[in-house]
Design a binder for this molecule. Structure first.
Ligand code: ADP
Ligand code: MG
Ligand code: MG
Length: 480
């Protein structure tokens, strides 16, 4: 596969000694400002280590950057409308829920609430639409509606990359780093929902993992809320804690330890591991039944599945939700080829193609959080083994992107497995994310904003690049 190359933001000719000094200082800057997480290797609540980050900002074409920043509010609107279209959700997810127990569980919560009637009609979405460059175009990888992460850390990372450019004698280039402060926009969204709930005593509940590694990102949200409005109290609980502590009040208020909850912000609950027993599922249902405003509500959660993304890429699907042809065209331009594996002739054709030319596709299940997709030769193995089984309808195929490569240094807390002291110099590729905030109910959208961006970078020979998993690194676009 022919891939193009982008030039780095500055010439890279530092001596080894200079580089080591610069990296040392960069690590200290990162630790002091919270570009950090708890260690997966030696977990200790009293310590954090640097989150993988790039020494320099990575080059990114301005034209493509602006294009996707500009369509975010259209995507927010689209996701909102999809989430509120019962027949589209049922039709798109039917075959998947037959084959995938996890999606089926989420869907059954949705059906229960739909039948009972929603005690809270408003939803809050803190979304992140992710993109890669491919053949001079920008294409959507996915759109996250739950636990869209790193909004807290990227604002600081943007400041770091401005700092490093001046540190290295290139202050004149700082102008090519666009402003970025998603944490403020995301927390303004949480606070707007809190206001709509209209009870100044009610708290915001963060639903978190039993052990949180990405603690700094989550705490940045909590501290920003208190910076904007010191009267709002934030509490953190895992689903496991909530099994014991959560109950419904007489008007379906969500009560946690005698505190009424206004807004539930899920930073966990998208992963199978969050539901080890039926009790965690029961508490998720209880939360959805409550009057609290959920971020995301169960219908927003479902709207973020890969299967819905694939259904939206079908011809004419968008015209169900958006009336303006120009809007539809702008959104369709960023969609890649996405293919259903339901039982029909089109699917048989695409399966044949993916088996014989697997490098052109990615095979994706209905999962979030990275590390779940299938690539290269494994696509052939997977497709062949499930071709005649209903299991295949839980998956989708997607055209694979090959973004342009460029050189950068990835800095990590650990040396292993890299030879260089604590950084790796390599060909990298980037993935841009754009954050959006939306609030509304079935009939109205009352808040809709684009609030910032993130760049995530990985070595070009990695298939996936989870940052907390230690493969990807947090980065900043340097517009060219
Ligand atoms: P998740 O919800 O688990 O993050 P994604 O769809 O974002 O799922 O896939 C995870 C990662 O896999 C992405 O961050 C990207 O690195 C890689 N990836 C996903 N889709 C593609 C694609 N079409 N082409 C190339 N890489 C992809
Ligand atoms: Mg995702
Ligand atoms: Mg992703």
């Amino acid at each position: 596969m022919e891939v193009s190359r982008l030039q780095p933001c500055i010439p890279l000719h530092l001596s080894k000694e200079e580089l080591e000094r610069v990296v040392d200082k960069a690590k200290d800057w990162a630790l002091m400002h919270g570009i950090s997480m708890r260690s997966k290797v030696s977990f200790n609540k009293n310590q954090v280590e640097v989150l993988p980050f790039t020494l320099l900002p990575s080059s990114f074409p301005r034209k493509n950057f602006e294009k996707v920043k500009n369509i975010q509010i259209l995507l927010n609107e689209l996701m909102h409308k999809v989430a509120h279209n019962n027949s589209f959700l049922i039709k798109s997810l039917k075959s998947t829920t037959d084959a995938d127990p996890f999606t089926a569980k989420l869907f059954s919560i949705y059906e229960t609430i739909y039948k009972e009637g929603f005690s809270q009609t408003l939803s809050l979405g803190l979304l992140r639409s992710d993109y890669m460059l491919h053949k001079n175009q920008i294409k959507q990888v996915e759109l996250n509606t739950i636990a869209s992460s790193f909004g807290g850390i990227v604002g600081v990372t943007t400041q770091y990359h401005k700092h490093i450019l001046s540190e290295l004698g290139h202050a004149d280039k700082i102008k090519n780093i666009p402003e970025n402060n998603p944490i403020n926009g995301l927390c303004e969204g949480l606070i707007h929902a809190w206001k709509l709930y209209n009870n100044t005593k009610a708290v915001i509940l963060f639903v978190v993992e039993n052990i949180t590694y990405n603690i700094c990102d989550q705490r940045f949200h909590e501290f920003e809320i208190s910076k904007i409005n010191p009267d709002i109290k934030v509490i953190r609980r895992s689903l496991k804690d909530l099994v014991l502590e959560a109950k419904l009040g007489p008007n379906k208020q969500l009560i946690v330890e005698d505190l009424e909850v206004s807004v539930v912000y899920f930073r966990s609950g998208y992963e199978v591991e969050a539901y080890p027993t039926e009790q965690e599922w029961a508490v998720r249902l209880l939360i959805e039944r409550s009057q609290a405003i959920k971020c995301p509500s169960i219908q927003y959660h479902l709207a973020g599945t890969k299967k819905i993304q694939q259904s939206l890429a079908y011809t004419d699907a968008l015209s169900l939700f958006l009336k303006d042809d120009n809007t539809i065209k702008q959104i369709q331009e960023v969609f890649a080829g996405l293919y259903s594996l339901e039982f029909n002739n089109d699917a048989e054709t695409i399966i044949d193609k993916a088996i014989s030319d697997s490098k052109k596709y990615v095979l994706k299940p209905q999962r979030e959080g990275g590390g779940n997709n299938v690539y290269n030769e494994d696509i052939k193995l997977h497709l062949e083994s499930m071709r005649n089984s209903v299991e295949r309808t839980a998956w989708i195929l997607m055209d694979r992107f090959y973004p342009p490569v460029q050189k950068n240094y990835i800095i990590r807390a650990y040396n292993e497995p890299f030879e260089d002291n604590h950084f790796q110099f390599s060909d990298v590729v980037t993935e841009l994310g754009v954050y959006g905030v939306i609030i509304g109910d079935h009939d109205n959208i009352i808040y809709n904003k684009e609030v910032g961006h993130i760049l995530r970078t990985k070595s070009s020979n990695e298939n996936e690049g989870g940052i907390v998993a230690g493969i990807g690194a947090i980065d900043t676009p340097y517009l060219i």
